[in-house]
Design a protein around this ligand. Structure first.
Ligand SMILES: NC(=O)c1ccc[n+]([C@@H]2O[C@H](COP(=O)([O-])OP(=O)(O)OC[C@H]3O[C@@H](n4cnc5c(N)ncnc54)[C@H](O)[C@@H]3O)[C@@H](O)[C@H]2O)c1
Length: 249
């Protein structure tokens, strides 16, 4: 028996990194997974990998910076799988620009992808989850929501805001709908690799200072998400759970 048997899970940003790890783990645990990403080739690859393991998944192509794409995600999940039990707002982008360099355009873009998409998808999922009398929403935050990373004001702000969004959703939508967030430390994903050599060096120094002395893996986050998605966590609400190798001690 799987820990997510019978559940339908929508996971944004699930064509790579921790989103993909979560899609694969959720499917292994019995969920029907809606993979959401921008790149059709990568989305198809994840769906095929899930099916090859005997799981169930479909994909939807969507750009998180485009509010008009959000309805299609929800409609596809409902049309294909009948409902949404779990919404994992995981897609995100990083931007290494101190405030003096950050343009309004980039600021708006990062908030659109990291924050507004989660707000919009949540609003669309509410009536479906209310009708079911239950639902779990998971938002990906960051250790940057606890301590800012120098030179990443847009990213840091978006992840602080995810904390506020998470707690507010939890307060306003209980007891039917729970909302929690995961705050990863440094995780070995394409995003971390793309941050550049300076960030890499700073990241390694940070990792060396943690008790676990390693970067996280996508699976480390996927297992936390699995718990929050499952009925094992039905008394957990409004929390920001750090999965960071002890960075936040
Ligand atoms: N890697 C880390 O060290 C780390 C640490 C803390 C938090 N996070 C957060 O974890 C989440 C997942 O990131 P990851 O590390 O797995 O990296 P990743 O780059 O592998 O995953 C991010 C996903 O979001 C998608 N995405 C970005 N912009 C998009 C857009 N406009 N439309 C649709 N999809 C879009 C990407 O295509 C990608 O699939 C993000 O929210 C990120 O901020 C990452």
């Amino acid at each position: 028996m799987g820990r997510l048997d019978g559940k339908v899970a929508v996971i944004t940003g699930s064509t790579s990194g921790m989103g993909r790890a979560s899609a694969e783990l959720f499917a292994k645990e019995g969920a029907k997974v809606v993979v959401v990403g921008r790149n059709e080739g990568r989305a198809n690859e994840v769906v095929e990998a899930i099916k090859a393991e005997g799981g169930e998944a479909i994909y939807v192509i969507a750009d998180m910076s485009n509010p008009d794409d959000m309805q299609n995600i929800v409609d596809t999940a409902v049309n294909e799988y009948g409902t949404i039990d779990v919404l994992f707002n995981n897609a995100g982008m990083f931007s290494l620009s101190p405030i003096t360099d950050l343009s309004l355009e980039e600021w708006n873009n990062i908030l659109a992808v990291n924050l507004t998409a989660a707000f919009l998808l949540t609003k669309l999922a509410i009536p479906i989850m209310k009708e079911n009398g239950k639902g779990s929403i998971i938002n990906t935050s960051s250790s940057a929501a606890f301590s800012p990373k120098y030179g990443a004001v847009g990213y840091v702000t978006s992840k602080h805001a995810i904390a506020g969004l998470t707690k507010s959703i939890a307060m306003e939508l209980g007891p039917d709908i729970r909302c929690n967030s995961i705050a990863p430390g440094l995780i070995d994903t394409p995003m971390a690799a793309a941050a550049g050599p300076e960030a890499e060096a700073a990241g390694q120094a940070m990792v060396d200072a943690t008790p676990m002395k390693r970067k996280g893996l996508g699976e480390d986050i996927a297992y936390a998400a699995l718990y929050l998605a499952s009925d094992e966590s039905t008394f957990v609400d409004g929390q920001i759970i750090r999965v960071d190798g002890g960075e936040g001690i």
